[in-house]
Design a binder for this molecule. Structure first.
Ligand code: SF4
Length: 490
C-alpha cells in the first residue's frame, strides 16, 4: 500500500489516479492528515501534498529522507491549479520511478474529447499539439493519435442530429459463461434460462415508454449489447428485434449493431434473424487466436469456432463485422499477439477494436492474478504497435479511443475501421455529444443538454430486481426526460 496525505481535501481523486498510474500494482490511499493512522508499506514511498494560498508543495518520504517539489499557483483558476498540481506530481513521480507515461498527466477515460473540443473551438493542429504536450505532458505519438481520431470522429458524426436526435442502447446481460476479466453486467445464461421471457417482457415495457417519450426525436443509431445478445435463442431474438423494429422509426438510423461477441453463442438461425430485421453491423470477438488463452480466460470456445462463426456471418451477408482483441492477456507475449493479428488478417474483418486488458480490483481476474502469483501482465509498446500495424495493413484507420482504470501498461483501447465501417455508436458513447436512452438491466441512460452538461439515470444491474422494479426504472427515465423538457422551456 502507498499512502498519500493532504493538508486539505482537494483534488484527491486526481492525485490518486496519477499515483496509481505510476504504481498500478499497489493499493493507493489518499486522505487528509489526521483522518487515519496509515503508513506506506516497507520499501514504498509515503507521499504528501500541501496546499498553501499561492503555492503547492508535494513530496515523499523514503526512509529518513524527505524530498520536496513546489509550484506557484498564484492567480490561477481552479482548472489551472489542478493542471499545475498534476504536472508537479508527474515530474516528481517520473524522477522517482524513472518512468514516463504515454498520456502524461491525463488520467481520464476520454483523452480525445480534449482534441475534439479544441478543434471545435477553431484551434489549429499546431495549437492543439502544443496544448496537449505542454499542459498534459502527453507524448508526441499520443497527441497525434488524439488529433487524428478527433478529426475522423468529426467527419463520421457529421450527419448526427445532436439537438433533436438520440441513440438507443439495449442490454442483454447474459453470456454462455463468464470470462475471467469480465467487468460488465453479465450472468451465465444457464442460471436465467427460465426467466428470459420475463426479462424480455420487462424490456418491452421500457421500449414502449421510450417509444412514446421520444416520438418527436430522430433515432440516429441502435446498439444491442451486453453481455452477449446472441446468447438468446433465435425465437427470443426474433421477439426482441421485431418489437424494436415496430416501435421505432428507422428511417434515419445510420447504424444498427448487435454484438454477437461469443462464437459459442452464434448459430445460422440466429444470424438469419439479425439479417431479417436489418442489423447492419455485428461483432464476432476472438479476443485472442490462441486456444490455450481462450481456455484460461474462461471463454469456452475455440479459435476454430471463431473462424466458423465469422465465415457464416459473411455467407449470410453481413458486410460490416467487427472483431475485438485484448492485449496483455495472461501468458501472452509479442509472438502470440503477432500470431493473433496474422490470423485476423486472413479473415479481413471491417473493423477491429483493440483493448488493453484492464484489471478491475473486484474482478475474478484480480483474484486469479493474486492466486497465481503473477506480478504484471505483459502489454507493451511493441504489442500495441503490432496491433496498430495489423489494422493499417487491413486498410483500417483509428476512429475512436478510450482508456480505463488499471489498464495493462497504461495504454488505451482503440477502434480501427475501414472507410465507412466505423462503429458510430462507439464514438457517440465516448464523445458524449448525443442523448442515449438505455433499456435493460445495468444500463445507463444519459441526456446531453445544450450547454454540454450531462445527466444520467441507471437501471439496476440485478436481473430479478430489474424485472420486479421495471415501473421504477421507467419512472427514473421519465424524471430524467422531464428535467430535460423543463430546461428546454425555461
Ligand atoms: S463475453 Fe463479454 S460480457 Fe460476456 S462474460 Fe465475457 S467479457 Fe463479460
Amino acid at each position: 500500500m502507498i499512502v498519500v496525505t493532504l493538508n486539505e481535501d482537494k483534488f484527491a481523486y486526481d492525485i490518486h489516479s496519477l499515483i496509481k498510474a505510476f504504481y498500478p500494482a499497489q493499493d493507493v490511499k489518499v486522505f487528509v492528515e489526521g483522518e487515519k493512522e496509515l503508513t506506506s508499506d516497507a520499501g514504498l514511498p509515503a507521499f504528501f501534498v500541501r496546499f498553501a494560498e499561492e503555492s503547492i508543495t508535494a513530496g515523499y518520504n523514503c526512509g529518513p529522507q524527505s524530498y520536496f517539489y513546489a509550484c506557484n499557483t498564484n492567480k490561477l483558476e481552479r482548472s489551472e491549479v489542478k493542471n499545475s498540481l498534476k504536472q508537479l506530481l508527474y515530474g516528481m513521480l517520473s524522477e522517482l520511478t524513472g518512468q514516463k507515461l504515454p498520456w502524461g498527466t491525463l488520467t481520464g477515460i476520454r483523452p480525445t474529447k480534449i482534441a475534439m473540443q479544441l478543434l471545435e473551438e477553431g484551434k489549429s493542429e499546431d495549437e492543439i499539439r502544443s496544448y496537449m504536450q505542454d499542459t498534459y505532458l502527453a507524448s508526441a505519438e499520443k497527441t497525434e493519435l488524439s488529433i487524428d481520431i478527433a478529426k475522423r470522429e468529426q467527419e463520421i458524426l457529421a450527419d448526427i442530429h445532436y439537438e433533436d436526435g438520440y441513440s438507443l442502447y439495449i442490454g442483454i446481460p447474459f453470456c454462455p459463461t463468464t470470462c475471467l476479466y469480465c467487468s460488465f453486467t453479465s450472468y451465465p445464461i444457464c442460471a436465467w434460462k427460465n426467466r428470459v421471457s420475463e426479462y424480455l417482457a420487462a424490456m418491452e415495457k421500457e421500449i414502449d415508454f421510450v417509444k412514446e417519450a421520444c416520438r418527436d426525436r430522430i433515432l440516429d443509431s441502435v446498439y444491442i449489447g451486453g453481455g452477449t445478445p446472441t446468447t438468446l435463442e433465435a425465437d427470443e431474438l426474433e421477439r426482441l428485434l421485431s418489437k424494436v423494429r415496430e416501435s421505432f422509426d428507422f428511417s434515419h438510423v445510420q447504424e444498427f449493431t448487435v454484438e454477437a461477441g461469443r462464437a459459442d453463442s452464434i448459430t445460422r438461425e440466429k444470424l438469419e434473424v439479425l439479417k431479417k430485421y436489418g442489423v447492419t453491423r455485428i461483432s464476432v470477438n476472438p479476443q485472442t487466436m490462441k486456444d490455450e488463452t481462450l481456455r484460461m480466460i474462461g471463454r469456452r470456445h475455440t479459435v476454430e469456432q471463431v473462424i466458423e462463426a465469422y465465415k457464416l456471418a459473411r455467407e449470410i451477408g453481413f458486410d460490416n463485422i467487427n472483431m475485438d482483441l485484448i492485449l496483455g492477456l495472461p501468458g501472452e507475449d509479442e509472438a502470440d499477439v503477432a500470431n493473433t493479428i496474422e490470423r485476423v488478417k486472413e479473415l479481413d474483418p471491417d473493423s477491429l477494436t483493440v483493448h488493453s486488458l484492464a484489471v478491475k480490483r473486484a474482478s475474478r481476474l484480480a483474484q486469479w492474478i493474486q492466486d497465481n502469483g503473477i506480478s504484471t501482465l505483459n502489454n507493451t509498446d511493441q504489442t500495441m504497435e503490432i496491433a496498430a500495424a495489423g489494422a493499417k495493413a487491413m486498410g483500417m484507420e483509428p476512429y475512436y479511443l478510450y482508456r480505463q482504470k488499471n489498464m495493462s501498461g497504461n495504454f488505451e483501447n482503440v477502434g480501427y475501421a475501414k472507410p465507412g465501417k466505423a462503429g458510430i455508436y462507439n464514438i457517440l458513447i465516448m464523445e458524449e455529444k448525443e442523448s442515449i436512452m438505455a433499456i435493460g438491466a445495468g444500463t445507463i441512460s444519459k441526456v446531453v443538454f445544450g450547454d454540454g452538461r450531462i445527466e444520467r439515470c441507471d437501471n439496476v444491474k440485478d436481473v430479478a430486481l430489474y424485472i420486479d422494479r421495471i415501473d421504477e426504472m421507467i419512472e427514473r427515465k421519465r424524471q430524467l426526460l422531464c428535467l430535460e423538457k423543463q430546461e428546454q422551456t425555461v
